[in-house]
Write a protein that binds this ligand. Structure first.
Ligand SMILES: [Zn+2]
Length: 231
């Protein structure tokens, strides 16, 4: 892959990631970071690639504006994040990896924001994989209920899910919530191994292990949306 620089009439330069693929067509698209990907057939000359861009400038500029918007949209959402029930400020520094400091907050490598965002998501998912699953295992032992499997989910519509065949999956975004909320979701989903529906017997079982049901639900109602701020 190489970078192709295309200069507009007003002097502005647009950078495209050029790659050659075994296809007959030229494809111009955005990747998930908002980068412009320009795929051309193996033997298309650079001159002809430039000509294609100028001939399709309308479409090309439209995609480029989308790219700018995508990158811009991500700039504004990364000032602070929820982690283990607290809001932490995010700051950039010259470092090669993300780290979390109880006072300084989240320190991110000094990279373009859309890259920082992806790093942050991956980091939170890794934390979720360790912390949430460990907590679920603990409650599984305490409650003497063993799901078929325990995993992290990317779902956008639930915090936890329990199925007899596939076990329990917890939304990775719960890593932003305080312990009593995480525990409530674990207990709730484990409870479903015994009682599939939300009947009185189910809630009696949940109440046996946590007194925080109401507070946890309230916390998720108030802050749940912010746990989705990174998408
Ligand atoms: Zn339920």
């Amino acid at each position: 892959m190489s970078i192709l620089k295309y200069t507009l009439n007003n002097g502005e330069i647009i950078e495209l990631n050029l790659s050659r693929t075994a296809r007959k067509n030229v494809i111009l698209r955005l990747d998930k970071y908002g980068e412009l990907k320009f795929n051309v057939p193996p033997c298309l000359s650079l001159q002809r690639a430039f000509r294609w861009l100028s001939e399709n400038e309308g479409k090309f500029l439209q995609i480029w504006h989308q790219s700018k918007q995508l990158k811009q949209a991500r700039v504004s959402i990364i000032k602070q994040i929820w982690f283990l029930g607290k809001r932490y400020r995010c700051a950039s520094q010259i470092t090669d990896k993300i780290y979390w400091h109880p006072q300084q907050g989240i320190i991110l490598p000094d990279l373009p924001v859309y890259e920082q965002r992806q790093l942050l998501i991956n980091w939170l998912k890794t934390q979720a994989q360790q912390y949430l699953i460990e907590r679920l295992k603990r409650w599984s032992q305490i409650m003497q209920l063993q799901p078929q499997a325990m995993a992290i989910s990317r779902a956008k519509t639930f915090w936890g899910v329990c199925r007899s065949k596939t076990g329990i999956r917890l939304n990775w975004r719960l890593i932003g919530a305080p312990d009593y909320v995480i525990d409530y979701v674990c207990i709730h989903e484990l409870g479903h191994l015994k009682h599939p529906h939300h009947g009185p017997a189910f809630w009696a079982l949940v109440d046996k292990y946590t007194e925080q049901t109401k507070l946890a639900k309230m916390w998720l109602r108030h802050n749940g949306k912010e746990l989705f701020q990174l998408g």
